[in-house]
Write a protein that binds this ligand. Structure first.
Ligand SMILES: [Zn+2]
Length: 331
């Protein structure tokens, strides 16, 4: 593929999952040498209780190597919940602060409208912001629980808030008022999250990644709500994942249409956009082509997800020079 002349430059970042074990193995200078300009570091609730210093040292080393650092808190009540297997001690210790679904069952996800949870969450985010040198925080897929016709939340706080807003009991069906209530609950949660870290340093960016589920209705904050997110004061930068592999889509079509749609949402707000793409050295993941398509489509910031499939892969050493060459080309 040829690169279109006049297209802008793409800054390429890497998302780093795997927690502190990964942080101890990675050499930030090598990532910088390969052309990466930013890292998105997953910080797990259950690890940060004991290993926050490791994360703090790693983020400092990354900043020292010239990488922009973004913190991605995972667990922490699991309101931000891209991976259902992430543990949260808060959830196991505070079942009464969890979301209640439309069958009346508690689900393993704290309710963003529960004041006690919100206070705990904000305090933990302030601590992370104090400890870790970074440019900002990414809130990864904040969602209300939803699955096959069952939805949350009908906890006492949500019922009270809904009644206060609508002057009627919360229905058992997910009607349009409930859908709006769930979306607004997540937007309010994001405002609190942004306020918590910006109380420590007002320059810290609040980046939001809505869930890429087509059924945004299930999650309450799907990628169909890009506009309200872009308009929210809680969002300094919008982040959008392009799951073309799992969606069985053509990479170029999926990437270009996502970029177009997301740009339409952020343009009027003059907020930057971050495009995420899954990547590995395997040719079927078309990572090198995707970087070039992104550049031609005018993407300014791209993040490769993630470390496990790419930099930790056994095929990475062989792939590395070509990737570094491509990153240099699109930069
Ligand atoms: Zn609730």
């Amino acid at each position: 593929m040829t690169l279109r002349r006049g297209a802008g430059a793409v800054k390429v970042g890497l998302s780093i999952g795997g927690g502190v074990a990964t942080m101890e193995q990675l050499e930030p200078r090598e990532l910088r040498n390969d052309g990466f300009t930013s890292v998105f570091i997953a910080c797990y609730e259950d690890e940060m209780r004991w290993h926050a210093q490791t994360a703090a040292d790693f983020s400092r080393a990354c900043q020292g190597a010239g990488l922009e650092v973004y913190v991605v808190p995972l667990g922490y009540g699991r309101v931000t919940d891209p991976d259902a297997s992430t543990e949260s001690l808060y959830v196991s210790e505070h079942p009464h602060h969890c979301q209640v679904d439309s069958r009346g069952r508690k689900v393993p996800k704290a309710c963003p409208n529960n004041p006690a949870f919100l206070e705990w969450f904000s305090s933990n985010m302030r601590t992370l912001a104090w400890l870790l040198e970074c440019r900002g925080f990414l809130w990864d897929e904040p969602t209300m629980y939803g699955a096959r016709g069952v939805w949350a939340c009908r906890c006492e706080w949500c019922q009270r808030l809904f009644y206060g807003e609508q002057q009627r009991q919360m229905p058992l069906e997910l009607d349009s008022d409930v859908a709006r209530f769930r979306r607004n609950s997540l937007l309010m949660f994001l405002l609190a999250a942004a306020a918590a870290v910006q109380a420590v340093d007002r320059r810290l960016a609040s980046v939001v990644m809505p869930t890429s589920l087509q059924s945004g209705r299930d999650a309450g904050l799907g990628s169909d709500t890009l506009k309200p997110l872009a308009q929210s004061a809680a969002v300094d930068m919008l982040s959008v994942y392009v799951p073309w592999q799992s969606a069985g889509r053509d990479m170029e079509v999926a990437l270009r249409s996502t970029v177009e749609e997301a740009n339409a949402a952020v343009r009027a707000e003059r907020k930057p956009l971050l495009i995420w793409i899954g990547g590995s050295p395997h040719p079927r993941d078309k990572l090198l082509e995707a970087l070039k398509v992104a550049r031609n489509a005018g993407v300014e910031q791209m993040v490769i997800a993630g470390h496990q499939t790419l930099t930790a892969s056994s095929a990475y050493e062989r792939f590395r020079p070509e990737l570094a060459r491509t990153i240099a080309q699109v930069r």
